[in-house]
Design a protein around this ligand. Sequence first.
Ligand SMILES: Cc1cc2nc3c(=O)[nH]c(=O)nc-3n(C[C@H](O)[C@H](O)[C@H](O)COP(=O)(O)O)c2cc1C
Length: 212
Amino acid sequence: MFIVLLFVVSDKRKVSFILFKLYLNLIMPNIAIISSSVRVDRNSHRVALYFKKYLESNKLATVEMLDLKIYDFPVFEERLRLQPNPSASLLAFAEKIKSADGLIIVTPEYNGGYPASLKNVIDVLYEEWHRKPIAISTVSDGVFGGSQVITSLQFSLWKMRAWTVPAMFPVPKVREGFNEDGEPMDKAATDKRAANFINELLWCVEAKGKMI
Ligand SMILES: Cc1cc2nc3c(=O)[nH]c(=O)nc-3n(C[C@H](O)[C@H](O)[C@H](O)COP(=O)(O)O)c2cc1C
């Protein structure tokens, strides 16, 4: 696979980039971030952007942003493994979940639950979720930081045999906390909170690596 890539890609800069990415993947865990909101003018995506920057700037992980608004999956009809002709984007999404060492799910709270876009992708996959370390960040524009979502989402992920990490990152008043580029208004305080949350996820990723 690797040698084929080198032949296909003749541009030297591209080869260097691919080699660099492969090197990073060898020395750092690969964390995928699911940004769940597909809403027009969404705000929780700010938090997903923040985690991406936090992980990359602190050189803690390579990061794959799985933005459900960009994937724009159709409403669930059947699980991937039972679909006769799954779409290329669904297959690619499934592969990214499967190959990630750990996941961060950023979800808004809608009427006390998590959005249909997220349930859509939970249900369409199966073994991809098994034993996957997952940290959950809940978001709202109210004062409670979407914390009512946590139990229902944890329960769904537990049913899928994922490993939800015992750490929380609730974000109240999201528009006051982060700008559109995912920059936190109070960087020192947000980074301190993120460190605890991310450390818990990375500990679980490392612990899992020692088990298998
Ligand atoms: C349909 C809907 C239901 C909502 N329900 C709640 C709720 O139950 N509790 C809450 O704190 N905020 C609620 N909100 C506010 C959202 O948490 C807030 O808009 C947040 O920014 C949503 O994330 P998003 O902008 O990425 O979609 C609701 C928003 C929408 C659109």
